[in-house]
Unconditional design. Structure first.
Length: 152
């Protein structure tokens, strides 16, 4: 798994060096993560609208979701926007403040993206597997989040 994550990070760096348009880069990153990592079933980005304290769905790969606008504080995504800390939920049925996208989803990881110390967006990943996430997922996604910071 460690080798897979190292390869994914290398591929991400290649994509980032090639793609200048921010929307395209986010979409390609979502595609890369979903296609390369077996327990990533939905990968997307939520972008903060600071005026309305709202997360707006950006580029994603996976099934369409009803949750295109999420108030800060609501669901896992909204909690990460409010706290600025990543969240790993290994069993979504044990989370009260959770917005379900599909009954297939069993677990979720959300990692914030900061620009000049301010929360601007987040990477959201749903998995159909139970408790699949480790610190390696968090490390990979934080490395990607750091490098995406400059496009915001
Ligand atoms: N489950 C998320 C909502 C977004 S979907 O996963 C795409 C949440 O609780 O915030």
């Amino acid at each position: 798994m460690e080798q897979l994550f190292t390869n994914v990070l290398l591929k991400f760096r290649e994509i980032k060096a090639e793609i200048r348009d921010p929307e395209s880069l986010l979409l390609k990153t979502a595609e890369l993560l979903k296609s390369e990592i077996p327990h990533y079933d939905w990968v997307g980005f939520y972008l903060l609208d600071p005026q309305n304290s709202m997360l707006i769905l950006g580029p994603y790969k996976g099934a369409p979701t009803d949750h295109t606008h999420i108030p800060v504080g609501k669901g896992i995504c909204g909690q990460v926007a409010a706290s600025g800390h990543p969240m790993i939920i290994q069993d979504v049925t044990r989370q009260d403040n959770y917005l379900a996208c599909s009954l297939d989803v069993q677990s979720e990881i959300v990692v914030p993206i900061f620009k000049s110390g301010l929360f601007v967006a987040e990477i959201d990943i749903d998995s159909h597997a139970f408790a699949p996430f480790t610190i390696a997922d968090e490390n990979l996604l934080e490395a990607i989040a750091k490098q995406l910071s400059e496009i915001f």
